[in-house]
Ligand binder design. Structure first.
Ligand SMILES: *Cc1c(COP(=O)(O)O)cnc(C)c1O
Length: 365
C-alpha cells in the first residue's frame, strides 16, 4: 500500500458536509472578495491566538513582506533570519530591497541559533525573523531579549507553526507580529493559497490592512503603493470550518511523531526530532547520519513510501544569493541529513507501521 507524505482525505471525509455548506453559502452570497466570511475568520483567529488584530492575506509570503513593510522595514535595511527555511522567508526581505542577514541554526531544533544573533547585528539591522521550523517553536525568550536590547522588530514566521505554543502563548503572538500561511499542506490549510498577519500593534494592523487593498483604507482614496493581497473569501469560509479542529489536528500530529520516535529509539544511524512542549510537527524530520539519507529515501520510494527533503539547499546558498554569504556549517550539514517522513493528523497505526517497519528494515539490512 502506497503511503503519501500527507493525506488530506480524512479531513475532507470528516468535514465534507460542513465544507460544502460553507462553499454553497459563499457562492450564493455573491461576496467573493472580503465580505462576512473573511471578517468572521479574522475574528475567530484573533480570539484563538489571543491577539488584537488578525489580517487575512493572499499567502504566507505576502504576510511576511506586508508584515515587514508594516513594521517599517525599508530598502537598505538589514533583517536577520535563519539559513534553514523555505526561500519565502528570505525572499520577503529581498523583495522589499532590504538585505537578509543569515544566522546558522541549532542542530537539535533546526531553528535560529540565538547565541550567534548578537554578532550579526549592525547599525543597519532593523528586524529579526525567527522561523518556527517544522512546527517547533524557536527560542523566543532569547530572540525577544536581544531584540529589545537593540531596538529591533520581531516578525515570527509561523507558516509551519499554527497552534504551536511557547508556554501558554501561541507562536506569532510573542513578537511584534506573526506571519501565517494557509498553503494546503500547512497545519491549518486552505484549498488554495492564503495567509494572515497577527499583531497586537494597532498601527501595524492599520498599515497592513491598507497594504492588502492597494494602499487604501477607504476605497478609491489610495494613500500608498500597496498590493492586491486579500485572503480569498472561499478560502476563509473553508478555514472557518477547519479552525475549530486545529488543536485536535496538532495533537494527532504529536501522537504520530511520538510513535515514530518510540519505534526508532534503538536505531543507530538516525537522530529523531525531540518531542518538545508546544511542537506541532508540521513535518516529522529525521537526521540520517553516515551519508545514508539519499539511500534511505530511495529505499522507501521503492516501497511506495513518499518522503521529502526540506531543505536540500539552505537559503544562503541558493543560486540567487551565490557568493554573497560565508558558509554556515550546521545548516550545510543538515541539508545533507534531513529526511521528512509521512505525517498527518489522522494517520492510522497500520499506515504508520508500513513506514516504520520499512525504516527499521533499511537500518537492519
Ligand atoms: C510555506 C512557507 C512560507 C510561505 O507561505 P505561502 O503561503 O506558501 O506563501 C513561508 N515560510 C515558511 C517557513 C513556509 O514553510
Amino acid at each position: 500500500m502506497p503511503v503519501p507524505i500527507l493525506d488530506l482525505t480524512p479531513e475532507l471525509d470528516a468535514l465534507g458536509p460542513a465544507l460544502h455548506e460553507a462553499l454553497e453559502r459563499v457562492l450564493r452570497s455573491g461576496h467573493f472578495i472580503l465580505g462576512p466570511d473573511v471578517g468572521a475568520f479574522e475574528q475567530d483567529v484573533a480570539a484563538y491566538l489571543g491577539v488584537r488584530h488578525a489580517i487575512g492575506l493572499n499567502s504566507g509570503t505576502d504576510a511576511l513582506f506586508i508584515g515587514l513593510r508594516a513594521l517599517g522595514i525599508q530598502p537598505g535595511d538589514e533583517v536577520i533570519t535563519t539559513t534553514f527555511s523555505f526561500f519565502a522567508t528570505a525572499e520577503s526581505v529581498s523583495l522589499l530591497g532590504a538585505k537578509p542577514v543569515f544566522v546558522d541554526v541549532e542542530e537539535e531544533s533546526f531553528n535560529l541559533d540565538v547565541t550567534q544573533l548578537e554578532a550579526a547585528i549592525t547599525e543597519k539591522t532593523r528586524a529579526i525573523v525567527p522561523v518556527h521550523l517544522f512546527g517547533r517553536p524557536a527560542n523566543m525568550t532569547a530572540v525577544l531579549e536581544v531584540a529589545a536590547r537593540h531596538g529591533l522588530k520581531v516578525l515570527e514566521d509561523c507558516a509551519q507553526s499554527f497552534g504551536a505554543r511557547v508556554d501558554t502563548k501561541l507562536t506569532g503572538t510573542l513578537g511584534h507580529a506573526g506571519a501565517y500561511s494557509f498553503f494546503p499542506s500547512k497545519n491549518l490549510g486552505a484549498y488554495g493559497d492564503g495567509g494572515l498577519l497577527a499583531t497586537n500593534d494597532d498601527e501595524v494592523a492599520r498599515v497592513a490592512r491598507m497594504l492588502r487593498a492597494h494602499g487604501s483604507a477607504k476605497k478609491y482614496h489610495n494613500e500608498m503603493v500597496g498590493y492586491n493581497s486579500r485572503l480569498d473569501t472561499i478560502q476563509a469560509a473553508v478555514l472557518r470550518v477547519k479552525l475549530p479542529h486545529i488543536e485536535a489536528y496538532n495533537a494527532g500530529r504529536r501522537r504520530v511523531a511520538q510513535r515514530y520516535n518510540e519505534a526508532f529509539a534503538d536505531l543507530g544511524g538516525l537522530i529523531v526530532p525531540e518531542l518538545t512542549e508546544g511542537h506541532v510537527f508540521h513535518q516529522y524530520t529525521l537526521r540520517v547520519v553516515d551519508g545514508k539519507r539519499d539511500a534511505l529515501a530511495q529505499y522507501l520510494a521503492g516501497l511506495d513510501i513518499q518522503t521529502m527533503v526540506y531543505y536540500p539547499i539552505p537559503q544562503d546558498r541558493l543560486p540567487i544569493y551565490a557568493g554573497q554569504y560565508p558558509r554556515f556549517p550546521v545548516s550545510d550539514l543538515l541539508a545533507e541529513q534531513v529526511l521528512s517522513l509521512p505525517i498527518w493528523p489522522q494517520m492510522k497505526e497500520q499506515e504508520q507501521a508500513i513506514v516504520l517497519e520499512a525504516v527499521r528494515a533499511f537500518f537492519s539490512s
